[in-house]
Design a protein around this ligand. Structure first.
Ligand code: GLP
Length: 255
């Protein structure tokens, strides 16, 4: 695991965007695994800037998002499909048909999860997976207790996650109780992972994920089993780490 501690959120976002842009430049048909939540928004803003000002080309890029709420139509402003269109896809030259988000309205959810896994394989697998982290150590919507071998499926959201995410809804009662999420096994199959975390509210989760034991009770700790993980934090999210971590990665190129 490579841990990079940046001064602030802007620097974290710039580094993550540079790493993704390097990959897209060297492999125009890159398959990107994308995340929602407030954390990756700065990275998406920087990728949009690189597209507009430097001509970063997404024409051949394919994306798969980690997760989606069950029961929200894609027109709902809190659905993850809406979030991705609004925060990234509508502002770059990606083909909408190349963007994939789990179908939260699928009639046969099990079949649609199996199909999601099949499509990732058909596209050659995910080159780089961007992740945030929940205050309880979840990645995607793989809540504590998720099998470390899990694949895309429906998960029940914990009370803590619904409370954390209620800030985006009118009230906690409107936060969906279930979500479809890539599994931890799915995430471990990606070629490279970039996990972003800022603010003190993530310090315990980062400490457990990086320096704690591998346990299903902190799903992000499973990333210790992945051969190519870069964790990028700000000072606050790194404040409970005991190791001494650099501010720069030892390589930028993601080939
Ligand atoms: C949600 C998402 C996760 C995200 C987490 C943290 O639960 N499913 O992918 O990492 O929220 O969100 P934020 O970045 O807003 O703190």
């Amino acid at each position: 695991m490579e841990v990079i501690v940046k001064e602030n959120y802007e620097q974290m976002s710039r580094l993550a965007a540079e790493m993704i842009a390097d990959l897209v430049r060297s492999k125009p048909r890159s398959v990107l695994g994308l995340a929602t939540g407030s954390t990756p928004v700065g990275t998406y803003k920087e990728l949009i800037r690189m597209h507009k000002e430097d001509g970063l080309d997404f024409d051949q890029v394919v994306t798969f998002n980690l997760d989606e709420y069950v029961g929200l139509p894609t027109t709902h402003t809190e659905s993850y499909r809406y979030f991705m269109n609004d925060n990234l896809f509508n502002h770059i030259n990606i083909r909408k048909e190349n963007t994939h988000v789990p179908d939260g309205l699928a009639k046969d959810v099990t079949a649609s999860c199996t199909e999601y896994e099949r499509m990732m394989v058909e596209h050659g697998g995910i080159d780089v997976q961007l992740l945030g982290i929940g205050g309880n150590g979840h990645i995607g919507f793989d809540e504590p207790g998720s099998s470390l071998a899990s694949r895309t499926r429906v998960k029940t959201l914990t009370k803590e996650t619904r409370e954390d995410n209620s800030r985006f809804f009118a009230s906690i009662d409107e936060v969906p109780k279930y979500a479809i999420t890539m599994g931890i096994g799915t995430i471990l199959d990606t070629r490279r992972v970039i996990l972003l975390a800022n603010k003190e509210s993530k310090a315990d989760a980062i400490s457990a994920a990086v320096e704690g034991p591998i346990t299903a009770m902190c799903p992000a700790s499973a990333l210790q089993l992945h051969p190519a993980v870069t964790i990028i934090t700000d000072k606050a999210a790194a404040s409970k780490l005991t190791g001494n971590y650099p501010a720069e990665p030892h390589r930028l190129i993601l080939k």
